[in-house]
Design a protein around this ligand. Structure first.
Ligand code: HEM
Length: 275
């Protein structure tokens, strides 16, 4: 215990962790605000927003799956080479030669499928709890880009095993793009690096899948989280919400009171009116 106190009172420790032990509410807030990883959270969070049934933790689960995809994806890159003679062989080696290779590949595959599904469910949750209303409409727009990039990530990964399913799946998909008026053929040419699915397409999809799309997605997820914080937390926060769009709160039979003192609550029940 003495050693512990000696360390946390030492100069090195205090130069990194400046707030001391989180023994009081004030200190706890400082710990959150001063920590690079934690400061994405508001210093205070309403209990109601932490309830499972408020969000079903779908956004958090989507983020968790994305982290699994990043870690397993980097691992897979150590065994996979994006060229026509090697890609399919590398996938087979992964399944039958590399220790735990099958587990690694399946973890990546299933997390990818699950992420698409969970992000879609998360979007439904946001929609049905009307959490896209002001001030959150910008975060909804970011969310739309997030689901597009999630689908693109999934689609570009589809070609990489270079098996029959991948080849024909991407042939069909890019032919559908070709049907887009005016720009269709040009977009297909750009995506494939030619007029048919070949080595160029494999390399392009590889770069998009492993570098370009994850970069955009990571950046957008950062903005998405930052916006949740700046919009006053999750939908459960009716008080904050009422300041922006009282009508929505009124619609739920909750009346917005004129705030007389800073400590007074903004939200009352509609029934108060008759008193
Ligand atoms: C990569 C995909 C995504 C990730 C990792 C993600 C993550 C999150 C997390 C962790 C939350 C807070 C907790 C929760 O609501 O579960 C959240 C909230 C939110 N998300 Fe997403 N999200 C994603 C996609 C989307 C999509 C596709 C939309 C809509 C088109 C969307 C719109 C929103 C909105 C509006 C909120 C605030 C909800 C509220 O205030 O109650 N997100 N997101």
């Amino acid at each position: 215990m003495k050693l512990f106190h000696y360390i946390i009172q030492g100069r090195v420790w205090r130069s990194i962790f400046r707030t001391g032990l989180p023994e009081t509410n004030y200190r706890r807030s400082l710990v959150i605000l001063n920590n690079f990883f934690l400061h994405i959270h508001p210093a205070k969070v309403k209990k109601s927003t932490l309830k499972f049934t408020t969000t079903f933790y779908l956004g958090g689960i989507a983020f968790g799956l994305y982290l699994i995809l990043l870690v397993t994806g980097i691992y897979l890159m150590l065994y996979y080479r994006p060229s026509v003679p090697l890609a399919y062989r590398d996938m087979k080696d992964l399944e039958f030669v590399v220790s735990n290779g099958k587990l690694l590949r399946n973890l990546h595959r299933w997390s990818a499928h699950a992420m698409v599904f969970i992000v879609f469910l998360h979007m439904l949750r946001v929609f049905f709890t009307r959490a896209f209303h002001p001030p959150k409409e910008f975060n909804w727009v970011i969310g739309v880009f997030l689901i597009i990039f999630t689908l693109l990530l999934s689609y570009t990964g589809y070609l990489l095993p270079w098996d029959q399913l991948a080849y024909w799946g991407v042939s069909v998909g890019t032919n559908m793009i070709k049907a887009t008026p005016i720009m269709g053929e040009k977009i297909r040419f750009l995506l494939l690096g030619g007029n048919f699915v070949s080595e160029n397409a494999l390399l392009r999809f590889y770069v998009l899948h492993c570098v370009v799309i994850p970069l955009f997605l990571t950046l957008l997820i950062g903005v998405h989280f930052w916006r949740i914080r700046k919009d006053g937390g999750l939908q459960g926060d009716l008080e904050h919400y009422a300041e922006y769009e009282p009508d929505i709160i009124l619609g739920k039979n909750i009346r917005v009171e004129q705030r007389e003192s800073p400590n007074q609550s903004l939200v009352g029940t509609g029934n108060d009116e008759n008193k």
